[in-house]
Design a protein around this ligand. Structure first.
Ligand code: G6P
Length: 606
């Protein structure tokens, strides 16, 4: 979703802002703009579409002079993706420019008030009220004007502000939307995502909600809402810059699929010692675990599906009931949650608005929250009682791959760790060796399916694809169908195979593609019956199973394979051929694989 960058230093700002915006492209956006200060005042340039258009319009930034400025990528919410609605927005007197991520919930009332007071609006956005409020409240101090302005705002906002009265100075505000300050030498930065900062500096300050920052080329200061200066920790970011580049692959998604063996190793290996699982970052005691009556997992999108899969291992090994709830539903459900509930919050970005809201709701009811998060310092990581990082490294493609599988790996580890603490496992070694094998088995699953690209040629024109499976296979089918939808734009649905006869089978006709997941030996025979049923109605069956599974091999039309693995931990391996298939189907359909239409990497609004 929307992205923010800011730069102040001695060199021209525009090329750095454009470069920062390129690093944020992966989050999804539909227009972009920059505003830079020079002696002549503030110059703004905006475009619809890609950053490349902004580079062309500004001659790679050369036509926007000055050494301090802000930039923005917009993902339209209030008003269409037009140049007028793109950020930065200027005040009527031209002295202020503002970029904003988030949503101002009370903007209609503020807009009416400002219009009554004579302010002229150029856009349909909620953001524009902010810049007019700043102009209205300004009487010599931008910081004071910002404090007064934000006192009037309801909603979420990360703001970047410049003022021609204070050349070379950037102002930033954070409330429920991420903002990180980059500390350099003779130049300083801010951005809504650390990937835009790491090419320039690894020294970062994570702003907290309700904080204000002022940056000049030589100083970075953070204040609270009374104007009191705060002492903030400078954190060293260890993300590898190379990891956020394509490295020879045609798409980030393919690169990230291939990175999964290494990512799973990074998530698991440091937590396995002497045949046992350890989470050094988590001081949860056996007594605390025994107090837990139920575990509630909450998340959105693929992270929710990771929860659907992880639930089986948690329930089976820890013998605690597990509910998996969509965050967007849980938050409005008046959930039955108390201090005996352990909430597991899963999020790659750590910034998903619904997940944050659900987490706050459950914590207010007394639940302790354990976050399974990839992005260090993200909002969810900060709100949690404990955080288990997934260590997947930067994930750039909008459709998650290594983000999802590392979430699974952490859930598997947690299952073994908790069950061991609770005294339910006599010998961890069986589970630990399965977990240790995951990176190797994932590599096998990649290597075993060179035919996926060819299969994509057969299935890419399908009207609908049905994914079926039972139990652990069903949970993977949900994510498999989502991958297909997100990037190839084909209609794909996952069904619990046992439910077919209750309706869906009516949709099966001659040549309807059915992707059948058969990787759980305990219920394989049952899924086989469903395959036979859909075949009898003319379906083309693409089965995902083990190489020696003769029964399935003899009935399926096409095959994808995984190596043998304990069904409890199989989802992380089983999803691999489905990711690869979705990738090649999307490629056949000529889709923008890394940046699917209408989707955003991190959904920071409801
Ligand atoms: C978006 C992304 C998905 C992701 C979901 C939840 O929809 O496109 O890939 O699964 O948000 O995001 P989170 O960062 O909370 O895991």
């Amino acid at each position: 979703m929307c992205g923010i960058v800011g730069f102040t230093g001695a060199q021209p700002a525009a090329p750095i802002l454009l470069d920062g915006l390129k690093k944020l492209e992966y989050r999804g956006y539909d227009s972009a703009g920059i505003a830079v200060m020079s002696e002549g005042g503030i110059t703004v340039s905006k475009v619809t579409g890609r950053i490349a258009n902004l580079c062309e319009k500004t001659n790679d930034g050369k036509e926007v002079p000055g050494s301090a400025g802000v930039g923005h990528t917009r993902w339209a919410t209030h008003g269409a993706p037009t140049e007028e609605n793109a950020h930065p927005h200027l005040s009527n007197d031209g002295r202020f420019a503002v970029v904003h991520n988030g949503i101002i919930e009370n903007y209609i009332a503020l807009r009416e008030e400002l219009i009554r007071d004579g302010y002229r609006f150029e856009s349909e956005t909620d953001t524009e009220v902010i810049v007019h409020l700043v102009e209205m409240y300004y009487s010599g101090s931008v910081r004071d004007a910002l404090i007064k302005t934000t006192n009037r705002l309801r909603g979420s906002y990360a703001l970047g502000v410049i003022c021609s009265e204070e050349p070379g100075k950037l102002f930033a505000v954070r409330e429920a939307s991420p903002l990180i300050l980059g500390v350099g030498v003779g130049e300083n930065y801010f951005a809504s995502d650390v990937t835009a900062l790491v090419p320039y500096t690894r020294n970062c300050i994570y702003m907290d909600d309700g904080e204000y920052a002022e940056l000049t080329k030589d100083s970075v200061k953070v204040f609270d809402c009374t104007g009191q200066e705060l002492s903030k920790e400078v954190v060293r970011v260890t993300w590898d810059v190379q990891a956020a580049e394509k490295g020879g692959y045609e798409h980030f998604m393919l690169k990230e699929i291939m990175e999964q063996p290494a990512a799973i190793k990074a998530a698991t290996a440091p937590r396995i010692k002497n045949g046992k699982v350890f989470f050094e970052e988590m001081d949860i005691s056996a007594e605390e675990l025994r107090e837990i009556r139920k575990i509630v997992i909450t998340a959105c999108g693929s992270a929710y599906y990771a929860g659907c899969s992880g639930r089986y291992a948690l329930e089976k090994l820890c013998r605690i009931p597990v509910e998996v709830e969509l965050a967007s539903e849980l938050r409005y459900n008046n959930p039955l949650i108390d201090e005996h509930t352990l909430l597991i919050v899963i999020s790659q970005s750590g910034e998903t608005a619904d997940t944050i809201a659900a987490m706050k709701e459950c914590r207010a009811r007394g639940a302790k929250a354990l976050a399974v998060v990839n992005v260090v310092g993200s909002t969810i990581a900060k709100l949690a009682d404990w955080t288990a990082y997934t260590w997947a490294g930067p994930e750039i493609a909008v459709a998650t791959t290594k983000g999802y599988t590392t979430q699974l790996a952490v859930l598997y580890l947690l299952s073994v760790y908790f069950a061991d603490k609770l005294g339910y496992i006599d010998d961890c070694s069986k589970y630990v060796s399965s977990l240790r094998a995951l990176p190797r088995l994932i590599q096998h699953a990649i290597d075993m399916n060179p035919g996926a690209a060819q299969l994509a040629k057969k299935y890419h024109g399908s009207k609908s694809l049905f994914f079926i499976g039972r139990n652990t296979d069903y949970a993977v089918a949900l994510e498999g169908a989502l991958k297909m939808k997100e990037i190839s734009y084909l209609h794909a649905e996952a069904y619990a195979a046992g439910e077919l006869k209750h309706g869906t089978i009516a949709l099966i006709e001659e040549h309807t593609p059915v992707i059948a997941l058969c990787c759980n030996p305990a219920i394989m025979e049952k899924t086989l019956s469903n395959i036979v049923e859909v075949k009898a109605r003319g379906a083309e069956v693409l089965a995902l199973t083990f190489r020696d599974n003769q029964k399935i091999l003899s009935v399926a039309d096409d095959l994808l394979f995984i190596p043998k693995i304990d069904a409890l931990f199989s989802a992380a391996v089983e999803i691999i051929p489905l990711q690869i298939l979705a990738y090649y189907v999307a490629k056949e359909n000529g889709c923008d694989i890394d940046k699917p239409k209408n989707l955003a990497k991190s959904v920071t609004v409801e």
